[in-house]
Design a protein around this ligand. Structure first.
Ligand code: T1G
Length: 694
């Protein structure tokens, strides 16, 4: 019978089976909550029902509260009401788990009396990634299953874990019995695990009824130091509110009876849900989803299976691994057999290390290695579906590569370049297939960083864009489509951000002051530390490869002086900092060199506050982002924020540079930028016309 438009109930002998189907992830929308509650109440009212099973149709068991409902007035029944009914059911309730059981879905599973799971099911409480904490018993129940230390780690990180590693949580694991089959041949997990749970539940009906988990002995406060966890997270999740509240809620599980502590958890959850940080992080979640949502799968993308990566350097190797991890065949290409074998060796070493660390099984390692090959003969690439070029960052080199490829690859092969700065329109015009030339700008390390800027040149066809956007999604990346321009979107904005860091150095701030001010604001790493890590010479060369954006004599002169003195960063032992045994140290030489350059430029040193530094760098980002929107190189503010959240370590609890500007108020932002325009008297502080449209 139908309990709501997303929940049905069927009676199988003495078992009541409550089945949820709310595509795409069975989120706990109001109709799901109402349907489950009605099913529990109905089953408890029936003398001919002895046990209850809750299962789902589709690719996963419930993956959490319906985030689309956040920010709207709550509609009964609340999730805590539903889960309390499950915990206090007079008839044992069994959850049938598969896929990714997250947030409220995992709390529902924890509230059941038993859990049956498909092998490989992942569970997690990712709420902190949305600026929340589990709000329906997760902080109280999980420690009662897996102990305080594991529960603190799982809840404050928001990371998933496989039920294969959590025997205390699962009463029975179901092996799909089809290992070795390709995904396409694997049967649907839902019916298998639901059937198994129903037969398991039949057994529970006769057993003496186990006390529900929440009446289990609470964990002892002696088992862990909550204050140690608080200080650890104050560093790891700097400035974030939710992880600290999660610790408070878990600590309450050791100090108060369940019914009291769960009320405290709810109060903390509501405080998080109503916080600006959570609004920013929920926005970030959807901003990343929308960046690729508009690009529907194209006919080309469904036919892309073979990949060639040109260039066995750091980026090429990372890109090759990203494709291999997603199950693609990859041919690595370089100029000599020796370079090719060196590249294959590095890829092999990567998978061997992953296996040694227990991250992949021997079978997965062998499967990955079976997908890679190499050649230095372009003639072997005739049938490749997608080429990703990651060779030397020089226009002449790229043009030579693509014209050679043009002569051998089949007409439908897509040519992607990983260039960070160069003009893809220029590269496209050097081929006979400009409509299939596109940018795939990965971020180092390419197999780890989520961001890929998909650069649409003037001639690139919509079909090619759709194909590459969907391939990037298959790589589990956050792809964002951008237009051609110096540095596209991310690096163009990063140049504005770095420009202000350089100007502040000339105005008397030290590298340590600038970096610590930005890290205190929430950036993962200060700009000058990043420059030293990647090499100050990279942007130095790019500024000379491209016509200068500004002809101002002070433009990036602090960085230039470093390069002119051979101080390229970590790789030469000194850059903005000096490095001894890998340790980063302040270096008075930097201040001397920069001060001398400032004097030449007639720039006087002055006292600069951390707040001043933060405003200058963040507003430089916002203004440049607005300029890119004005020029149509960026599509919308969400795309820009998705780029900065996934490529540059922008703090998620601030949503992204453009979201942050809107949350502060564009009127105030324009006032500040106009002030800098006056005080700095530089063309780049001209307030973007787009700011008034944000
Ligand atoms: N609510 C609503 N829509 C969701 C959703 C959710 N929780 N999760 C995913 N979607 C949509 C997503 O927007 C996309 O929509 C589609 O599903 C496929 O998503 C009470 C309060 C589950 C691992 O944080 O991690 O429970 O673009 O492309 O790569 O204490 O989605 O197709 O229209 O990501 O296979 C906790 C977040 C909520 C889970 C699937 N749960 N989601 O990944 O597909 S808070 C989460 C994910 C909570 C409790 C608290 C992933 C996934 P569209 P997708 P995927």
């Amino acid at each position: 019978m139908s309990l709501s438009n997303t929940v049905t109930l069927t009676q199988q002998d003495n078992i009541g089976f409550i089945e949820v189907y709310n595509a795409p992830v069975n989120a706990l929308s109001q109709s799901v909550r109402a349907g489950i509650l009605a099913g529990i109440e109905w089953a408890n009212s029936r003398a001919d029902i002895d046990a209850i099973v809750i299962g789902c149709k589709g690719s996963t068991f419930i993956a959490g509260a319906d985030i689309k409902e956040f920010g709207q007035p709550p509609i009964a029944p609340s999730l805590p009401t539903v889960l309390s009914a499950i915990r206090n059911s007079k008839k044992p309730v069994t959850a049938a788990l598969h896929g990714t059981v997250l947030g409220g879905g995992f709390e529902l599973a924890l509230s059941c009396h038993y859990r049956i799971a498909m092998i490989g099911t992942n569970v997690g409480l990712p709420e902190v990634k949305l600026g929340l904490i589990p709000g329906a018993g997760g902080t109280q129940l999980l420690p009662r299953y897996i102990g305080l230390e594991n529960a603190l780690s799982m809840i404050t990180s928001g990371n998933m874990a496989s039920t294969d590693t959590m025997p205390d949580l699962v009463d029975m694991q179901i092996d799909e019995g089809t290992s070795g089959l390709k995904n396409a041949e694997k049967p649907e997990h839902a019916p298998i695990v639901n059937r198994a749970a129903i037969s398991f539940a039949a057994g529970t009906a006769s057993d003496p009824f186990l006390p529900p988990q929440h009446r289990r002995v609470p964990p002892s406060i002696k088992d862990v130091s909550f204050d140690e966890w608080r200080s650890k997270l104050a560093k790891k999740a700097k400035g974030q509110f939710a992880p600290q509240r999660a610790i408070d809620a878990i600590e309450a599980a050791t100090l108060r009876p369940f019914d009291e502590a769960i009320k405290l958890e709810r109060r903390f959850f509501l405080a998080c849900r109503d916080s600006e940080q959570s609004a920013s992080m929920r926005y970030a979640f959807f901003a990343e989803k929308q960046s690729a949502a508009a690009y529907k799968p194209s006919t080309i993308s469904s036919n892309i299976s073979s990949i060639s990566v040109i260039g066995a350097g750091t980026m090429g190797i990372g890109i090759a691994i990203a494709f291999i991890d997603a199950g693609f065949n990859v041919t690595l290409v370089d100029t000599t057999e020796e370079q090719c074998s060196l590249g294959l060796k590095k890829i092999r070493e990567h998978y061997e290390k992953m296996h040694e660390k227990g991250r992949i099984s021997i079978a997965e390692k062998q499967q990955a290695l079976s997908l890679m090959s190499s050649t230095y003969d372009y003639g072997k690439l005739a049938d490749i579906d997608l080429v990703v070029e990651a060779a030397f960052e020089k226009m002449s080199v790229k043009k030579m590569i693509f014209s050679s490829l043009d002569a051998v690859c089949k007409p439908s092969t897509i040519f992607a370049t990983n260039t960070s700065y160069l003009d893809i329109n220029d590269i496209a015009s050097s081929t006979t297939r400009p409509e299939l030339v596109i940018g795939m700008h990965f971020f180092s390390p390419a197999n780890i960083m989520k961001l890929v800027e998909v650069v649409k040149a003037k001639s690139t066809s919509e079909d090619a864009v759709n194909a590459v956007m969907n391939i990037a999604k298959q790589l589990r990346k956050v792809p964002v489509c951008v237009g051609v321009g110096f540095g596209f979107v991310g690096n163009r904005m990063y140049a504005a951000y770095g420009r202000e860091a350089n100007m502040l150095l000339l105005e008397g701030a030290s590298p340590e002051q600038i970096d610590s001010a930005m890290e205190a604001w929430g950036m993962a790493m200060g700009p000058l530390t990043v420059n030293d890590m990647s090499g100050i010479d990279i942007a130095y060369k790019a500024r000379r490869e491209y016509p200068p954006i500004y002809n101002d004599p002070a433009y990036f002169r602090a960085a230039d002086v470093m390069v002119e003195h051979g101080r390229l960063g970590r790789k030469t032992g000194a850059g903005f900092y000096r490095y001894e045994n890998g340790k980063r140290l302040a270096d008075p030489t930097t201040l001397t060199l920069v001060a001398a350059e400032a004097q030449k430029l007639g720039i006087e040193a002055r006292q600069i506050s951390d707040e001043d530094i933060q405003k200058r760098l963040v507003l430089a980002l916002v203004n440049e982002g607005a300029n890119l929107l004005e020029k149509g190189i960026a599509r919308n503010v969400e795309d820009i924020d998705a780029i900065w959240l996934n490529g540059y370590g922008f703090p998620r609890f601030r949503g992204g540079p453009m979201y942050y500007a809107k949350s502060v108020g564009t009127k105030l932002i324009i006032e500040n930028i106009s002030y800098f325009h006056l005080s700095e008297n530089k063309p780049w502080w001209e307030p973007s016309a787009y700011l008034n449209k944000m």
